[in-house]
Write a protein that binds this ligand. Sequence first.
Ligand SMILES: Cc1cc2nc3c(=O)[nH]c(=O)nc-3n(C[C@H](O)[C@H](O)[C@H](O)COP(=O)(O)OP(=O)(O)OC[C@H]3O[C@@H](n4cnc5c(N)ncnc54)[C@H](O)[C@@H]3O)c2cc1C
Length: 452
Amino acid sequence: MPPFSCLWSEGVVATVRPQLPGDIDVDVCIVGAGYTGLWTAWHLRQLDPGIRIAVIEGAHVGFGASGRNGGWVQTALPSTLVEIAARHSTDTAMLVHRTMVETVASIGAFAAVHAPEASFVHAGQLQVARTAAQVKRQRAHVADHHRVGLTEHDLRWLEPAEVDERIGIAGRLGGHFTPHCAVVQPRQLVEGLARACESVGVRIFERTRAVSIAPQRVQTDCGAVRAAFVVRAVEGFTPDLAGHHRDLVPVFSLMIATEPLSSEQWRQLGWNERFTLSDGRRMVIYAQRTADGRIAFGGRGAPYRFGSKTDDVFADNLGTHKMLHSTLVALFPVLSDVAITHRWGGPLGVPRDWTAGVQLDRGTGLAWAGGYVGDGVGAAHLAGETLAELIVGHDTDRTRLPWVGHRSRRWEPEPLRSVGIRGAARLTRMIDAAEEVGSHPRLRAALLDRLL
Ligand SMILES: Cc1cc2nc3c(=O)[nH]c(=O)nc-3n(C[C@H](O)[C@H](O)[C@H](O)COP(=O)(O)OP(=O)(O)OC[C@H]3O[C@@H](n4cnc5c(N)ncnc54)[C@H](O)[C@@H]3O)c2cc1C
């Protein structure tokens, strides 16, 4: 295995930005220069070109998940449309769906102008089923979403021969496909977004850590920012902030990348378009065919750290990277000799009820968005646009979506938190292993659903 290094940083000409020079006054202070913080800044300046914005970033633009992710620009949120329909209504679920379809298109339109290096390609998403249990789950997923209002165009079950027309995957029993997904080079997207923000007058300060966030004041290690509105956009790093230790847990998602494959290897794989790929196991895996002809392949399963620690060093987990490599080879046996050139990881932000949220408290001016689990590339754009509308006081379809104002309950204190999370991870692996050999471990699955 190669040393720990992120493929997406290669060839990126990163701008080095100044630290906060001392105390300043602005209208809006945003903490965190990932997608959430920067889309909020971008949309704010579109709505009010005179608004004064400072973005405070502890490391550099794209240091967090936004510069390290799998590059799937999806319509998915951590809550499925079926769950949203059950909690609210089918009309609400379909409004969420239409809004997310528009969001993916908006990111594509933005990238074409401001981040062409992000190589945005809209080619859909394929999930294959490789066990009988996965077939059952995926067929039900498609049928349930059709009942909510999606059509065969939005989401459809594929028979094995139809999967074969798209890609050659060992052990495929079927799958399902949606056209509503794109891929990007994620770091290039966040870099392009930061440059676009600066071009419209947003000030970004790097290597400036917020040590406390209070109404109208962010205290950093380089000075204080006074602002009418303060936006907290630090996702997986939220537990490090005083007063927010149990709001989200950081779960590390890890990735590997192959060397560029030859055209003969791509021909053997039959993976001709740049649709994203996963299978139906519960311990999520995800892949993209990169613009430079590699497979970037990721998955969850890295150990949770007691006390919700987020130090970067925790993303370096050789065991999980080796496991990802063997999963890649199990899916594509022809790649058994292909070199792995990069391995890296980063923290997701997971709320206790797996439901993302967007909030603005008008009384204090404090705002927040996040809790996207592994679905934040698209969702953070919608969250940022919504926060901007809330801050300038616009009432739109977006500001009336059900995640606006949603508050998740807090995570349990330690040691209960780590016992629960590690237990759920172990159970997930056991269920996947049982399903691999043809079992349907219903009791364990019910227990897992209850734990999550
Ligand atoms: C390996 C991996 C793969 C993923 N794959 C996908 C995918 O394919 N599709 C998808 O939709 N989602 C994916 N995700 C999730 C997605 O990347 C995130 O949901 C999204 O990037 C979150 O953006 P954000 O701006 O909210 O947070 P982040 O990008 O994490 O940004 C938070 C920023 O806040 C800064 N910060 C933290 N604390 C402070 C402080 N005290 N002061 C100042 N700054 C601070 C951090 O340095 C960081 O830059 C993946 C995530 C990971 C880690």
